[in-house]
Design a protein around this ligand. Structure first.
Ligand SMILES: [Zn+2]
Length: 414
């Protein structure tokens, strides 16, 4: 690792198109100084080239969590100490960088605003972190540990509970005060203990959150399952939809017209399948409210992605990984591989670079263009022929924050 003033030669994916042979120059100001096509025309020092290198914009995961937990378990996510979560997340940050991620967006945790600061100040290495801080949720919402007394659950939660539009406005101000650079809201429940996902927060509450977020200059994104929640957030003016389970052609059309980004987070549902070690403390509901979760999920990861693709939604890559044993940070490119099955490799890589940058509001990033941030990943092989070449094992260099990280050398350091 050293200050950059370097040139990389190889195949280039600029965030939109593939240039089979070209070069990218990087200035020591951390910006891309030059992008060229064809044979390298002039001589320069510090050239890195290889037989089959591909240079891409640094990858972006638009939905993940630094929970520092070992299981896909809401109780553990709430109960873990901030100290242990932070220490483990420092390793997760390094692993994400080594896997080619130069920006991640944490949508709800107690640690991410601090990781973001430490990364900017150079105390730790990792991707830039866009952090929501605490997410916003109604009392009794999906991630509320209902077996605990309310005040205890509130104090442990990674969400701030807010009920009524003015409490919602106040909660937005509070997270921004604490360093949030995006707002995350739960517009519905999930599948806690097999229950039917219900809409959370009223339209008025959601509108209050979106308006206050926008008034403060930050984007607002919503966890939304089911028709009612999806319609509520579209009407409220949301910027992006997380999960979006229950997508229909009609709703997809509304999402497209409103220019909202769609983040299907397929990988987390696949990871949950292999779950083990749940604490299972959440109350279970019998009878009508129970749903066939696996049916809903399998529709989401097949039919709903096809609808999103057919309607022409702006599909963005997000894993919803929490760093658990079966959703490890560093394995996040699995979502690109899954998206690629539906969209093909170019669109899947666009969804994790240029489109993801637009979705999360990054300026001059996510593309290889002169004057843009030199956030880059250089991999061995051609991901457009074999998408697995985007996974962590193929990464050779990562450029981020005016530094070049030699990943082969870092792999040797435990
Ligand atoms: Zn999430």
């Amino acid at each position: 690792m050293k200050d950059v003033e370097r040139c990389f030669k190889g195949r280039i994916f600029d965030g939109k198109d593939i240039i089979e042979e070209g070069w990218v120059g990087i200035g020591n100001d951390g910006l891309i100084s030059e992008v060229g096509e064809g044979k390298f025309a002039h001589s320069a020092e510090n050239i890195t080239e290889g037989r089959d290198l591909t240079i891409l914009p640094g990858l972006i995961d638009a939905h993940m969590h630094f929970f520092g937990c070992r299981y896909e378990d809401i109780a553990e996510w709430n109960l873990i100490s901030g100290e242990l979560a932070s220490v483990r997340s420092v390793t997760d940050m390094r692993n994400l960088l080594m896997a080619g991620f130069t920006t991640v967006r944490d949508l709800g945790s107690k640690t991410a605003v601090h990781l973001a600061q430490a990364e900017i100040e150079g105390d730790i290495i990792g991707p830039s972190v866009i952090a929501s801080g605490h997410s916003l949720a109604q009392t009794g919402g999906n991630d509320d540990l209902k077996f605990l007394p309310l005040e205890m659950a509130k104090s442990l939660s990674y969400s701030y509970y807010c009920d009524g539009p003015w409490e919602c406005v106040s909660a937005v101000r509070k997270v921004i005060r604490e360093g949030a650079t995006v707002i995350k809201v739960y517009a519905s429940g999930g599948f806690a203990a097999g229950n039917r996902p219900l809409p959370n927060l009223t339209f008025e509450e959601l509108k209050a959150i979106v308006d206050e977020g926008h008034r403060s200059g930050v984007k607002v994104t919503a966890h939304a399952y089911g028709e009612e929640a999806l319609n509520n957030v579209i009407d409220a003016g949301i910027d992006s939809i997380e999960h979006g389970i229950g997508l229909t052609e009609d709703i997809a059309e509304r999402i497209r017209k409103a220019g909202i980004y769609y983040i299907p987070t397929m990988s987390v549902y696949m990871a949950e399948k292999n779950n083990h070690g749940r604490l299972n403390l959440l109350p279970r509901i019998r009878g009508k409210s129970r749903v066939n979760r696996s049916e809903i999920i399998s529709r989401h990861v097949t039919k709903e992605i096809e609808i999103a693709q057919d309607v022409g939604l702006k599909i963005v890559m997000g894993t919803d990984f929490v760093g658990a044993k079966n959703s490890r940070h560093g394995d996040n490119t699995i979502e690109i591989e899954r998206l690629s099955k539906f969209l093909g490799p170019e669109k899947a890589l666009k969804s994790s670079t240029s489109l993801a940058a637009d979705c999360i509001g990054l300026d001059k990033a996510g593309r290889i263009r002169k004057g843009y941030s030199a956030d880059l990943v250089v991999v061995n092989g051609n991901p457009f022929k074999d998408i697995v070449k985007i996974s962590k094992n193929a990464v050779k260099y990562v450029i981020h924050g005016s530094r070049i990280f030699d990943i082969d050398a870092m792999r040797k350091v435990p």
